[in-house]
Design a protein around this ligand. Structure first.
Ligand code: GDP
Ligand code: IMO
Ligand code: MG
Length: 440
């Protein structure tokens, strides 16, 4: 299966970094298709070193893998520079292996300012409307892209036109910052021009026509992984709007974010955490605000890889993941962090919702916030298992009976097979049901 999308099936942080790094071993290319440095993808290498990638695709630690950042990604040159330095300092070659689309839009300093100013204003209004963004300027950068005001990497090549565009954007943003957001934090055109000239030189060796590159690779039958950031329920169209990110993490986003045809995609792997987490605000039907939620947060080290914020935790929501399976055409599931559920007396899966007012059973997920606020989860409960019982297991068939019951119920509820099961952050802490998935 040469072209495979790997995407998040919940609210992000499912362990996409681990799964992409694992599968990349058998690939020639890994390509990121959307989002920006709001993503935090953690990779633990066999020697124990751990890295969090925000922009560089999660294949970079395999020397034979070419890494592509597609046109759909919004690039913060400061974050990119830091990340390249971090990876190089780890002894990994980046030049000649990282390729960035000349069509990708740039995050400018005013995008980050506006992101923070907007969130601060929404928080102050006190009606819980703040999204709880990562503050990385993602929303404002995509706003400019779709308003046809954005600055792409290719625009840096034509200096007079770049400066003119920048002047126009900055006068508009400064007006917005001062008049609407009461901010005194303004942008200086000359400073930005100087900074982006430096970034332009730094990025130059990596910039290319990545759509052409990928389509050639597809024609040659190369093994290619398309790496999603964020997740289905944070998708701008299919997520719990407006508590979403501003891009399309779902499968369709892979084609528009890279310039490859839908007919070239062979399969879609959905990464599903064995329970649920969410960072930031918005509906979360299975959230646990009790000591079990706290226990999951501690055991799963559920603190944001990008912002360090504590993640909200809850039981697995099969209604929500079923929806992700449907809209993405997920053919195969990678279940992560199963180990974190160990040592609990019982574990639960939400299989349906129930309307609070009249008990009506709801089988399908909805992005209608009003409906989501008036339902409660219906759970199926399973006996727990001990962490010791997972030690040394390398085959799903050897898992304790109680674990297998939990896994079979997930497969039944999702209508998709769990082909990869992750029991720890390391590459070798993984069981794979079908060798065909791992040997892409
Ligand atoms: P991503 O954004 O989807 O790549 O996920 P993050 O990196 O933000 O968060 C996943 C966290 O869980 C990271 O700290 C991973 O190292 C860790 N992780 C991944 N898989 C497993 C697993 O199976 N078990 C445990 N305990 N940790 C895992
Ligand atoms: P990875 O790729 C989890 C959330 C933010 C916020 C909302 C919008 O590591 O899974 P944004 O900064 O994108 O405008 O914020 O989306 N969010 C994530 N949550 N994992 C992520 O990425 C996220 N990227 C954004 O917390 O609720
Ligand atoms: Mg993450």
């Amino acid at each position: 299966m040469p072209v495979t999308i790997v995407l998040g099936s919940q609210w992000g942080d499912e362990g996409k970094g681990k799964i992409v790094d694992l599968l990349a071993e058998n690939c020639e290319y890994v390509a990121r298709y959307q989002g920006g440095a709001n993503a935090g993808h953690t990779i633990r290498l066999p020697d124990g070193r751990e890295f969090v990638l925000h922009l560089i695709p999660s294949g970079i630690f395999h020397p034979g893998v070419q890494c592509i950042i597609g046109n759909g990604v919004v690039i913060d040159p400061v974050a990119l520079r830091d990340e390249i330095a971090m990876v190089e300092a780890a002894g990994v070659e980046v030049k000649g292996r990282l390729f960035i689309s000349y069509n990708a839009h740039l995050i400018m300093p005013y995008h980050k300012q506006l992101d923070k100013a907007s969130e601060a204003r929404l928080s102050k209004s006190g009606d819980g409307k703040a999204v709880g963004t990562t503050g990385r300027g993602i929303g404002p950068a995509y706003e400019d892209k779709f308003a046809r005001k954005g600055i792409r990497i290719v625009d840096l090549l034509d200096r007079p036109s770049f400066v003119e565009k920048l002047r126009q954007n900055i006068s508009e943003k400064n007006e917005l910052l001062s008049k609407f957001y009461d901010s005194t934090d303004f942008c200086d055109v000359e400073q930005i021009v100087r900074d982006y000239e430096v970034f332009d030189k730094e990025m130059d060796p990596y910039i290319t026509d990545t759509a052409l590159m990928l389509n050639k690779a597809i024609a040659q039958g190369s093994n290619i992984l398309l790496e999603g950031a964020q997740a289905a329920l944070l998708d701008i169209d299919f997520g719990t709007y407006p508590y979403v990110t501003s891009s399309s993490p779902t499968a369709g986003g892979a084609c528009t974010g890279l310039g490859i045809p839908p007919t070239s995609v062979d399969s879609v792997i959905g990464v599903v955490k064995a329970y649920s987490t969410r960072v930031g605000n918005g509906p979360f039907p299975t959230e646990l605000s009790d000591e079990i939620g706290e226990r999951l947060r501690k055991a799963g080290r559920e603190y944001g890889a990008t912002t360090g914020r504590p993640r909200r935790c809850g039981w697995l929501d099969a209604v929500a993941v079923r929806y992700a399976v449907m809209i993405n055409g997920i053919s195969s599931v990678a279940l992560t962090k199963l180990d974190v559920l160990s040592d609990l007396p019982e574990v639960k899966i939400c299989t349906r919702y129930e309307r609070i007012t009249d008990g009506k059973v709801i089988e399908n997920f909805t992005t209608n916030l009003k409906t989501l606020s008036s339902i409660r989860p219906i759970f199926e409960t399973f006996d727990g298992w001990k962490k010791d019982e997972l030690a040394g297991i390398s085959d799903r068939h050897d898992l304790p009976k109680n674990v297998e019951k939990y896994l079979s119920a997930i497969e039944r509820e999702l209508g998709a097979s769990l082909d990869i099961i992750s029991l720890g952050a390391g590459r070798n802490e993984t069981l794979s049901e079908k060798s065909s998935v791992v040997n892409l």
